[in-house]
Design a protein around this ligand. Sequence first.
Ligand code: ACO
Length: 322
Amino acid sequence: MRSVVTGVGGYLPDQVVTNDDLAKIVDTSDAWIVERTGIRQRHRAADDQPVSDLAVAAARRALEAAGRTPADVDLIVVATTTGDLTFPATATIVQRKLGCPVGIAFDVQAVCSGFVYALSVADGFVARNRAKCALVIGAETMTRLMDWTDRGTCVLFGDGAGAVVVEPQAGEGTTADRGLLGFALRADGTKQDLLYVDGGVSTSGQIGHLRMQGNQVFRHAVVNISEAINAAAADAGIDVAEVDWFIPHQANLRILEGVARRCGIDDAKVITTVADHANTSAASIPLALNTAVADGRIKPGQLLLLEAMGGGLTWGACVLRL
Ligand code: ACO
């Protein structure tokens, strides 16, 4: 059985931080940030707003779009690097806050690639008939991991959450060719030093700060992601040229344009939200998807290509028909 995305939702915290705001705390400028990254602003969660609150808001909207309620949900997979607590998983906190019945709930940690990994995990449960209504959520409070003295990283990230509902194809309102059609997931632990957080429970005992060799990550991103895109397209049995919309992880405008060019994807098919959201890690793909579904560009029945790359390094791609 194939699994299908039946609803999409997103949530961004109210506070907006512009490039000019950041130029007041580090030696940077709006012109530099826009030219090198395409980012103009990012959203920041309030101090008393845990990532589970962002996830719950996005999940409610996705459930509503799918015509489902929390009572229907039997699987919750949250992709996050910035969970509320060391344990329990943010997914079980979301389960409690939404009032979902006893079911399956856990987190997936693959940093910026987390949403693609989580979607693949949920596909495994739903396609094998082990779950009937899955919430797959990418939710992050990346601003909590910033070193606000490091201009090379603190300008790049933002907070937010996006969610999708995944159900069996046989479910109400689905048609034969819809579904999660192909995946390619990759990881290379030897590249850890390029992008990591310098703290952890079993090492420093501190949360730590995000550290990155930005130009090295950039170099790996375009080549590796392109390979994964072609592998996911082959897994789905489609040609990349058939894709209606390309929804890349929103890290940097130059990376996503470079990937699109290398894969022969027309600029007009690329969904970009990086200017307004910055890099929200695991939340960036479902947030971009939600933006383009909400504004009417992406329509049911269209063929979508998702891709991401993040710390690990991890990366991956997914082809789906909405
Ligand atoms: N404002 C002004 N100057 C800056 C800033 C800033 N915010 N940040 C760095 N600089 C300076 C550097 O200090 C350096 O100055 P120097 O030459 O005097 O030493 C100069 O700009 C060039 O630095 P580089 O790091 O070489 O600049 P680059 O063109 O590579 O741009 C950037 C940096 C934007 C981080 C880029 O490398 C990038 O986007 N990399 C991808 C990383 C990324 O997106 N990671 C997210 C997670 S992974 C992923 O999702 C793909």
